[in-house]
Design a protein around this ligand. Structure first.
Ligand SMILES: Nc1nc2c(c(=O)[nH]1)N[C@H]1C(S)=C(S)[C@@H](COP(=O)(O)OP(=O)(O)OC[C@H]3O[C@@H](n4cnc5c(=O)[nH]c(N)nc54)[C@H](O)[C@@H]3O)O[C@H]1N2
Ligand SMILES: Nc1nc2c(c(=O)[nH]1)N[C@H]1C(S)=C(S)[C@@H](COP(=O)(O)OP(=O)(O)OC[C@H]3O[C@@H](n4cnc5c(=O)[nH]c(N)nc54)[C@H](O)[C@@H]3O)O[C@H]1N2
Ligand code: SF4
Ligand SMILES: [Mo]
Length: 694
């Protein structure tokens, strides 16, 4: 056995592409898309190939690292667990349960050994100070699902393969590969869609997805809520609501529509930058289409009115009878269920953040309050922080303030594979072994996929003697902490056991042996209506007018906030070679042209007397950065566009390639007090900034 291939899904983004790993004996030689994967059909992006860089990266940690002043020293796993457990327990003994804070970053969701295990640790801590990347991302979706359908993960997914009319706001799946819509090989799917129907993209930038769309309209950042109100008003003119499918299963719809109809709309075209006639025509075409779906993502969630936007999008689909309909928006029936019995439905407001009084959602507080909970003295102040697969210094608002706050902690423990902008402040870093050494099942992304699919990922090689898997690390910390704190702890069984148990909770009929035998994954079929029999609201109906959203609508200003003199509005972007803040150390992703520029419309450059390519200063109410300017007709006049996840040139960071990269951190400009009201999600798009020559 010399040359041979093994198959596994890529855990780096939501698309979960099947990959072919080519080995010569034990040596991993190359990675290709798995042509036999029925879902991803051979697709791979540059990040998939960059797994080779991750596997061989000399900066990647493989054994526990203990800080010693400014230096780091390797210690044994036993020493590390004991130290972690004792420090955490001692902090709580002195300062109370809430003195441990936790922050979980995005890759937690991509590894079964994290997502199925870390919650047990948080439960043992019994602290209310739990934070995650969800509150700089998809909280509005989860809140809307919880309030309307009774479970945060009863998530309607656009049936992209069967729709005739796709209205897409604030999403760029050509770069992101879909999000809350797991959609590998999205280019082929969009091409098929535009050949048979219409894709309309609404975005302040003409994105890679907008380039492929049937139509693109610029929209003024953070004005989508007004566009969606006008769209719903136009639907009311197009014809009556098609609600027959929801008979007996829908409450509050008339109440919600009446409130929307009463909203003054004459200024909406000026506020959004989209003409009234365009909105009318779009709404009529949407209404007329047999199969249509409206969908909004990052651009409309991570902004001032994220929750209202997500609610109005649901109402559009409902109005046209497209919710829970083929070619509309459908909930996946996951083989390993994440809704139903024993799962967390998404409760809200059971406790509040100590300093600002913001409500909890689903057991977490908005990460925007993390820095002040560390720096504000008093009972319940965070003194010790546990981070798992997160880089909040670059990923959450006002990174400068958080960077300073982390330096004030008594103890910081990170489960991470790099010494980066956040983990450099840790006292102890525990790095999990490569995911290639572990069993894995994508519990979340299979459940958000545009088809019903299932795939068990089996280890491609053994972990090293001196390495530990993610789930082993959680068990190690848990046992040591419980021992030091005098609490009970039960080690969780290995992933394969938990995956088998999870499958047994589902109704797919698939068991682990069948999955193990299907090395390219299993296609169960297209999405199909299932929502109405799965509603988890108390009323057993779709709640179209939750009081929380009705109040937010009543409180919605009839005008956009006045832009300050000379300001521009900042929005983000993703590139196919990026992965939030953490893959910039992979040589094959960062070679070639720079990707960090601030894009600005030529007219704005000219009117400010700036020059294409010049270094400029960008100021916001929170901070300032310097960056190179790039003229672009792809951004709307009045808007500037910067990717997040840069800003690696900090002392103490151990990323030899990333630290060489130019590019500042977007979140040095964002404001931790700018939130979507109902959810507490951060508003990172549509930030007022001033751009000046240096
Ligand atoms: N301005 C602005 N800010 C944003 C966004 C935006 O669009 N604009 N996007 C937001 C979104 S959607 C998200 S999800 C967040 C992401 O926010 P975070 O999750 O905080 O940031 P990441 O950059 O994903 O950092 C991932 C971390 O996980 C580590 N890591 C990688 N693989 C593993 C592993 O297998 N195990 C462990 N334990 N660690 C690992 C990496 O070294 C890195 O430290 O950023 C948000 N921030
Ligand atoms: N290559 C790559 N892929 C990724 C990631 C990555 O970092 N790199 N991150 C992954 C993660 S964690 C996530 S959550 C997903 C995100 O997936 P997407 O949501 O598809 O990602 P974005 O590319 O951020 O798309 C957001 C779009 O919103 C637009 N926008 C900004 N402000 C507004 C606004 O006010 N209104 C409207 N209508 N549009 C606006 C932006 O111009 C942008 O095109 O991507 C995932 N995939
Ligand atoms: S699109 Fe996402 S899942 Fe597919 S290869 Fe790229 S990073 Fe991996
Ligand atoms: Mo995300």
């Amino acid at each position: 056995m010399s040359r041979h291939s093994k198959f596994r899904a890529c855990p780096l983004c939501e698309a979960i592409c099947g990959l072919e790993f080519q080995f010569d004996d034990d040596k991993l030689l190359a990675i290709r898309g798995d042509d036999a994967d029925p879902f991803s059909r051979g697709h791979i992006c540059p990040k998939g190939n960059a797994i080779l860089d991750l596997e061989n990266d000399p900066d990647r940690l493989r054994r526990p690292m203990l800080r010693n002043g400014n230096a780091w020293q390797e210690i044994s796993w036993d020493e590390a667990f004991t130290l972690a457990g004792e420090k955490l327990a001692a902090t709580q003994a002195q300062h109370g349960a809430d003195s441990i804070g936790s922050y979980l970053g995005n890759p937690n969701v991509h590894h079964f050994g994290h997502i199925a295990y870390v919650p047990a640790l948080l439960k043992a801590f019994r602290s209310r100070n739990v934070f995650s990347a969800s509150s700089v991302d998809q909280w509005p979706h989860q809140l809307v699902n919880a309030q309307m359908y009774g479970h945060q993960f009863l998530l309607p997914i656009p049936d992209i393969d069967h729709t005739d009319y796709f209205l897409m706001l604030g999403a760029n799946p050509m770069a992101s590969n879909g999000s809350l819509m797991t959609v590998p090989d999205v280019r082929a799917r969009i091409k098929a869609l535009t050949a048979r129907g219409t894709l309309v993209v609404i975005d302040p930038r003409k994105t890679e997805t907008a380039e492929l769309a049937s139509v693109h309209h610029f929209i003024r950042p953070a004005s989508d809520v007004y566009f969606l109100i006008a769209f719903l008003q136009a639907l009311q003119h197009a014809g009556p609501a098609r609600l027959h499918a929801y008979t007996g299963k829908l409450t509050g719809f008339e109440t919600a529509m009446a409130a929307i109809a009463a909203f003054p709309s004459q200024d909406i075209p000026a506020m959004t930058g989209i003409a009234d006639e365009t909105i009318q025509n779009m709404a009529h075409a949407f209404y007329a289409a047999q199969r249509a779906v409206a969908y909004g993502r990052m651009g409309v969630s991570v902004q001032a009115h994220g929750t209202l936007c997500q609610w109005l999008l649901q109402l559009i689909n409902l109005y046209c009878g497209q919710l829970d309909a083929v070619g509309g928006a459908l909930v996946n029936e996951a083989a390993l269920p994440i809704t139903g019995k024993g799962t967390s439905p998404g409760a809200r407001s059971r406790w509040h953040s100590r300093v600002r009084g913001l409500p909890e959602f689903s057991g977490e507080l908005p990460v925007s309050v993390l820095h002040e909970e560390i720096t504000t003295p008093g009972d319940g102040q965070i003194r010790a922080l546990f981070t798992s697969a997160g880089n909040p210094v670059l990923s959450t608002p006002n990174g400068v303030a958080l960077d300073a706050a982390l330096q004030q902690l008594d103890f910081m423990l990170s489960m991470d594979i790099y010494i980066n902008e956040s983990t450099q402040h840790a006292d102890l870093i525990l790095p999990p072994a490569s995911f290639l050494t572990q069993y894995h099942y994508d519990s979340v992304f299979n459940a958000f996929a545009v088809r019903r699919v299932a795939r068990l990922n089996t280890p491609l090689r053994e972990r090293g003697e001196d390495e530990r898997a993610d789930w082993e690390i959680v068990n190690g910390i848990g046992a040591a902490y419980a021992k030091a704190a005098g609490k009970p702890w039960q080690d969780l069984p290995p992933p394969k056991t938990l995956i088998a148990m999870g499958l047994a909770n589902g109704s797919s009929g698939l068991d682990i042996a069948q999955l193990q035998a299907a090395e390219h994954g299993i296609d169960i079929g297209a999405l199909r209506p299932s929502m109405l029999s799965r509603l988890q609201t108390e009323s057993g109906t779709i709640e179209a007018a939750p009081p929380l959203f009705m109040q937010a609508l009543q409180a919605l200003p009839q005008q956009l906030p006045k832009s300050a003199n000379g300001s521009l509005q900042l929005i983000g972007r993703r590139d196919i070679r990026s992965n939030n803040s953490w893959m910039h150390n992979a040589p094959r992703l960062v070679k070639g042209k720079a990707r960090h520029h601030l894009l600005m419309h030529e007219d704005d450059i000219f009117s400010r007397g700036l020059n294409d390519g010049a270094h400029v200063r960008v100021r916001s109410g929170t901070g300032e950065i310097t960056v190179e300017l790039k003229a672009s007709r792809s951004v709307m006049p009045g808007v500037v566009c910067l990717p997040h996840g840069f800003g690696h040139q900090k002392q103490g960071v151990r990323l030899q390639h990333a630290t060489e990269l130019a590019g500042p951190s977007y979140n040095d400009l964002t404001d931790a007090s700018a939130l979507d009201g109902p959810s507490g999600n951060a508003a990172l798009n549509g930030v007022d900034v001033w751009v000046e020559a240096l």
